[in-house]
Write a protein that binds this ligand. Structure first.
Ligand SMILES: [Zn+2]
Length: 236
């Protein structure tokens, strides 16, 4: 089990940790700031810095066998550290911050398009959501204007925890059909933009919508009878 520090503070760039194990899959730490791929958000890259001064480049982070385990994937050919070794785990913050901005923006997009979300993906500088909406009711300029207004209004963004049972009693909170909410630990984390969006999410977000910066809707694709893919990108 890994202590998931990014879950309480998405702004942590590094942490001291101890190697719990290392094998062909990657390196496990007792605690980490690396977000593992999941919920449409890519895993972090970065570096593990050893006391000796040596560094191990981490190219990806993925979930392990259990719910609370993160596997840090080292660059090919890297020498694996021994269990017990102390390291400083440091993420590529510039990239992570762009992912946080885009991820948070997808929550805003979700809030202004009615209909179930059937898929989604955050990538560096871009993001997309697929909606189950009929016809061609979405327009690029209109969506972009509403998104940029929500961004400029500087809404606070924060977590709220509820129990698995409370979530089960409010299934309407689940907007994204393709991503299962992170239940099974007794409690579920909701991501809230008060008055705008509230839904289960285990990803990392910025603290305020203003931090997202201006965006553009680059494309609306027709991906089938009731499936519209909205692709957004940073405008700056
Ligand atoms: Zn989220």
């Amino acid at each position: 089990m890994t202590e998931l520090l990014f879950r309480d503070d998405g702004y942590l760039r590094s942490c001291a940790a101890r190697v719990a194990g290392a094998d062909g899959q990657g390196i496990r730490l007792d605690r980490t700031v690396f977000y593992p791929t999941g919920g449409g958000q890519p895993g972090d890259s970065g570096v593990l810095r050893l006391r000796s001064g040596e560094t191990i480049a981490i190219v990806d982070a993925v979930k392990g066998d259990t719910l609370d385990e993160v596997v840090h994937v080292p660059v090919a050919g890297a020498a694996l550290p021994e269990p017990g070794v102390e390291v400083n785990a440091e993420i590529d913050w510039e990239r992570r911050h762009r992912l946080m901005r885009m991820h948070t923006c997808l929550h805003l997009l979700c809030s202004i398009v009615p209909g179930a979300v059937t898929g989604g993906q955050v990538s560096d500088g871009r993001g997309r959501l697929d909606f189950d909406v009929p016809g061609s009711s979405l327009d690029k300029e209109g969506l972009a204007a509403r998104l940029n207004a929500l961004i400029a209004e500087a809404h606070p963004v924060g977590p709220r925890w509820i129990t698995d049972d409370e979530l089960a009693a409010q299934p309407e909170l689940i907007r994204t059909m393709s991503v299962k909410p992170p239940t099974g630990m007794g409690r579920v984390r909701l991501m809230e933009v008060p008055g705008v969006d509230l839904q289960p999410c285990g990803g990392t977000h910025v603290r305020n919508t203003a931090e997202i910066g201006p965006i553009a809707v680059t494309k609306i694709e027709n991906k089938g009878k009731q499936n519209r893919r909205v692709i957004i990108a940073f405008a700056d």
